[in-house]
Write a protein that binds this ligand. Structure first.
Ligand code: ADP
Ligand code: MG
Length: 713
């Protein structure tokens, strides 16, 4: 009943009906507004000015105005459709109100002769002034002194109810300062009524933002540049920094196995043996990060290190060398990947590299994934529990409760952004029996821009592989309209004839996995037909894992010339002989995703190419942001540059993945514009933890409540 949306809930809020109240309570819960302080920190999206009455004579076309006027006529019309037409007059002009949905109670309020307070957008059309579905109520009562806040809300939680809840929460909540004297943030001053310039405290900032005086420059509220907003953003960033640094300090109190470089058994350390059998020498960057990791592992506190390196920079071998150090010291390691295909590849690689070396001491590499046969699984579980499996490779299955390690000392997580907080916390508990935590090495090919690294990842140490192995020929990237698909298929034929292999990626259609599939299936059929004599395979996420495995094996062995796939190959797949990547509907992919996909080729010595096929809309154009992404792909191959542009185009959400756990942990601050506040928070947090620990605790509890854990995993 939108017509009287202001009149009805206003009454309901005064005396909430029981059912309505419990619906609203549930909705509050859903928004995470549990404590008084949560409500106090629930800030308006925008404001409505109900402080003034506008004379109709002065009301401008397109302006939202509040008027007080008397009903001069009120009638229901049936043509062209049923609607209520009400004419009002305030002595300076008239206005016609139109309602397409209305109830008898509304008609009663809108009866001829009634004096009403009406609020809506004025349209000054040819037929005179009009308002469509304005809010209205009986005139009278004082005008509010402050702007009326409009809050982010959800179904079942009407604005008036939420406003009242906020008002009473503001009265009850403890808004005492948590910023110690001398550690105030660098925010603008606040001009008070008597013209004095003062620092804006929390209580003052909140009172102001919930109920600003009508003379405020609305733009400063909208762009959050007002000192009151700045104050809140600074507090929020500080809470985040405190929480991260608290967890870092807490971790420094924990114990972890010391994984020195001397092997328990006599003989050459495993990592030296591995280096000796590798068909290549490490790059300088690989050696450097390897040393950073080794130094962490040799300390008795748990490592939490993020290993960053562009696609193809050779993170896997670095992680294998780290695993060697743990195994040398007589401990177990786990290597986890987000998809079965990727885990499978790691497994094959680890078996190839390590099993011959481990065999001498009767140890093995185990394998754990979800879809495993029962018998195989229990055999693997036994190996893990006895410690015979020195290394366990797999998917999420590795952290399941039934998996008991004898002594897990190092957990390696590939493509870490695909793993959730709960999973990382679970891993940390796997060494509880020893009263310790395992070391964690997280790997990512998606570089984290500096501001994000300073905020969301402030509790991690970061190592960067900033160099690709030598001998790679750069990938040539081409944008081609999909009307020229035939030419591309021809080129595929030539590539395969020359002994090379090709990926063809079909886009993910978000709304429909089924459609996605039929797309890939159709493309597969089309390519099979166009390329007689070439083995064309199909890979998608719905396939049984045995089938996926079989397809991947054929492609990896070189028998299969073309692999058509949905984005399941996105991460990590490594087939060096593949030298052409075709991405269909490239305009639908995100930038980082495109970069990851492109990284599947250019892994061998052959010249590689990436073709971005794009579809244009009816007018022959691609959307602006899509164009920006595609252009970026052609212009640069540097993962860091790509990440920077991606952040620019899309905002931080994408980078955080599971770490962000759905709801943005930063509600107010914007890392793109609030860098100076972030810098302040970074410097202030350790000072505060050292000098004012209780203040710090109160501040974190106030801002993060139960969510602090999400920042720590
Ligand atoms: P990513 O960092 O994307 O996980 P990988 O670890 O899969 O990269 O390595 C990509 C390819 O480069 C693999 O085939 C790997 O064996 C190879 N590789 C790794 N390090 C080197 C090196 N130093 N020299 C030559 N090839 C290397
Ligand atoms: Mg990888």
């Amino acid at each position: 009943m939108p017509a009287a949306s202001s009149a009805v809930p206003r009454a309901a809020a005064r005396a909430p009906a029981k059912a309505g109240a419990s619906v609203a309570q549930k909705a509050l819960h859903k928004l995470g507004l549990l404590r008084d302080i949560d409500l106090a920190l629930h800030l308006p999206l925008r404001y409505e000015d109900e402080t003034r009455i506008t004379l109709l004579r002065n009301a401008r076309d397109g302006e939202v105005a509040q008027i007080e006027a008397t009903v001069t006529s009120s009638e229901v019309q049936l043509r062209p459709r049923r609607m209520l037409k009400v004419m009002v007059d305030d002595g300076t002009g008239t206005c016609e109100l139109t309602f397409f949905s209305f109830y008898p109670s509304h008609q009663k309020t809108l009866a001829v002769g009634a004096r009403l307070r009406i609020r809506g957008e004025v349209k000054g059309g040819f037929w005179g002034r009009q308002m469509l579905h304005p809010q209205f109520r009986v005139a009278g009562g004082e005008l509010p002194a402050a702007l009326t806040p409009v809050y982010p809300t959800t179904a079942g939680l009407p604005q008036p109810y939420l406003r009242r809840a906020v008002v009473s929460a503001l009265q009850r909540a403890d808004l005492s300062e948590t910023l110690p004297p001398g550690l105030e943030p660098p925010v603008g001053r606040f001009t008070s009524k008597n013209g004095l310039q003062r620092l804006c405290g929390l209580r003052e900032a909140l009172t102001f933002l919930h109920h600003p005086a009508p003379d405020v420059a609305l733009a400063t509220l909208e762009d959050h540049s007002h000192p009151a907003w700045q104050r809140l953003k600074a507090e929020e960033l500080l809470a985040q920094q405190l929480s991260q640094q608290q967890s870092r300090r807490a971790r420094d109190q924990l114990r972890a196995p010391v994984l020195g470089s001397r092997p328990l058994q006599n003989g050459q350390p495993l990592h030296e043996q591995l280096l000796a059998v590798l068909p290549f020498g490490l790059t300088a960057a690989q050696r450097r990060v390897g040393e950073e990791i080794a130094a962490d592992l040799a300390r008795p506190v748990p490592m939490h290190r993020l290993l960053q390196g562009d696609v193809g920079s050779g993170k896997t071998v670095v992680s294998a060398l780290a695993a060697c150090r743990a195994m040398d010291a007589g401990w177990q390691c786990a290597l986890m990947a987000p998809t079965e295909i990727l885990a499978e590849q790691h497994f094959a690689k680890m078996i190839g590299w390590l099993e011959p070396l481990l065999a001498a001491s009767g140890r093995r590499v185990a394998w754990l994934v979800g879809g495993q046969k029962k018998k195989e699984r229990s055999a693997m579980l036994a190996l893990v529990e006895s410690g015979e499996a020195a290394l366990v490779v797999g998917t999420h299955a590795v952290i399941q409760e039934q998996v008991r390690f004898k002594n897990l000392a190092l957990a390696i997580i590939d493509e870490q952004h695909r793993f959730g907080v709960a999973q990382r916390l679970e891993l940390r508990r796997k060494l509880e029996a020893h009263g310790m935590e395992p070391h964690m090495l997280m790997m990512s090919a998606t570089p984290i821009p500096r501001t994000l690294a300073m905020s969301y990842y402030a509790d991690l140490d970061v190592s960067v592989i900033d160099e690709l192995p030598p001998g790679r020929t750069p990938i040539v990237t081409k944008l081609i309209a999909d009307s020229r698909k035939d030419e591309v298929i021809e080129r595929i034929g030539a590539q395969v004839a020359a002994g090379r292999q090709v990926y063809w990626v079909c886009p993910l259609i978000e709304e429909s996995e089924a459609l996605d599939l039929s797309n890939a299936t159709a493309t597969h059929a089309e390519l099979s037909e166009a390329l007689p004599g070439v083995m064309v395979g199909l890979l998608h996420s719905r396939m049984p894992s045995a089938e996926k495995k079989a397809v991947m094996a054929l492609f990896a062995s070189g028998q299969m010339g073309v692999l058509v796939s949905t984005t399941v190959i996105e991460v990590g797949v490594d087939v060096p002989n593949a030298s052409l990547m075709v991405i269909e509907h490239a305009e639908r992919f995100g930038l980082s995703q495109l970069h990851q996909l492109r990284g599947r080729v250019g892994r061998g010595a052959a010249a590689s190419a990436c073709v971005l096929l794009y579809a244009t809309n009816d007018s022959g154009r691609v959307g602006e942001t899509a164009k920006e992404r595609l252009r970026a792909m052609v212009e640069t191959h540097d993962g860091f540059e790509i990440a920077r542009r991606d952040l620019e185009i899309r905002g931080p959400g994408e980078f955080l993945g599971a770490r962000q756990s759905g709801d943005a942990l930063l509600r107010f601050a914007d890392l793109a514009t609030d860098t100076h506040l972030l810098e302040w928070a970074r410097v202030t947090a350790p000072l505060m933890l050292d000098r004012y620990p209780e203040w710090a605790d109160r501040h974190v509890a106030r801002w993060l409540g139960g969510r602090a854990d999400y920042l720590k995993a």
